[in-house]
Design a protein around this ligand. Sequence first.
Ligand code: ADP
Length: 480
Amino acid sequence: MNILSVASEVYPLVKTGGLADVVGALPSALLPHGVKTRTLVPGYPAVMHKLKKKKAVGRFENLFGHPATVHSAEINGLDLLVLDQPALYHRDGGPYLDTTGRDYPDNFRRFAALSLAAAEIAGDNVIPGWKPDIVHVHDWQTALAPVYMRFGSARDIPTVMTIHNIAFQGQFGASVFPELSLPPEAFSVQFLEYYGDVGFLKGGLQTATSITTVSPSYAQEILTPEFGMGLDGLLASRVDSLTGIANGIDAEAWNPQTDPHIVEHYGASTLKRRAANRKALEDRFGLDHSPGPIFCVISRLTWQKGMDLVAEVTDDIVALGGKLVVLGSGDAALEGALLAAASRHRGRIGMVTGYDEPLSHLMQAGADAILIPSRFEPCGLTQLYGLRYGCVPVVARTGGLADTIIDANEAALSAKCATGFQFLPVTADGLRLAIRRVMRAYSEPKLWARMQNQGMKSDVSWAKSAERYVSLYSGLLAKG
Ligand code: ADP
């Protein structure tokens, strides 16, 4: 079975969040099932520079006004197709934002082009001798591919649209529609029209053969007005085509036995080995070497992630004898509040702003607990890394966090299956209570070690979820 996976980011080439991790890790989990994935991504400079060996396999004479080349390359076992269209993708800045942090004004065109390229690769013999059996698109940036396919020559090829976060919808003014090279009927409520605007994600959800999201709980939540962000009605009308499949992790990139970014690898006496990582972490963040749990945060600094709540409880963490290390970037006010806490509590709270993949590994290996107070969380990956590294997750009871962490309540503790702490409501007081529970548990070393070991035994691999994708794909092909 051949899959064309289409995404705006892929680890290890370009990553702003969990989407890249998933798109980068799923293909190798599918391969043992006979499913071969080719992953189409834009040729941003960060991608083009990392392609040591590439081969031009396809060409568009005119893709949104400019010629474009499709290169094939292999990186980390990923079979990549890179859409090289310099006018759209050769930019300073990130995949979506310019160097000043603003959305590129032509993002609609940049990602419509990616979607159109996918549709044409699926239908028009762009790559001689290769066609996918299924096109699998991820998030709004690729959501127009099923729409282009519906109106083009690939209309019989089934499509899967995965929602990694329904908060990002790709909504643009109606004035962009004439530029999208779609027939007028596509600007209707059955396709792109969304409250008078053009909705990329909306169009994809209307048109894709099957819809998935990244955890069973989030699949339920997005059917409600509270979490559906305006698309709950549409999703309810397509509920028979909606599935929640939890993400796994890349068990090679996140392996404490071999991780090149940590100071001491875990071995036979795993938990003892954490001590060296803890010390390195304290040094890196300028913390003192006092005892007490170190909490960590590795996150986009946004309201969704509940970072305002973390800022509110910093004094409590210190007063209770804990320490805190934060790695993140995003909202300037949240960044300011956390930096202020770090300067109020020198030696007890440390913060690194920005994006730092190696440091994120050391934090999981050296901190005792990871705080994830998200107001909503489609799946979340950092709690899964926490489980694998013995960094106990403290999570809001929502979406994928609720699905993957077993709360240390009385029943779970006596059954010895607890792996972390869940809390509700998602407020500063809710988080404060959870932190008190952590402090109590941490003061009982045996209980704490048991929770860490239990977490490290959890199955966070892709194995089960890959099987679910395979049966979804097989079902689509069987329907023909
Ligand atoms: P989301 O995709 O919503 O941001 P996830 O938990 O699904 O959240 O995935 C976030 C990914 O990005 C994880 O791999 C996490 O380790 C990583 N990450 C987030 N912020 C940073 C940062 N500042 N530096 C390094 N890695 C980060």
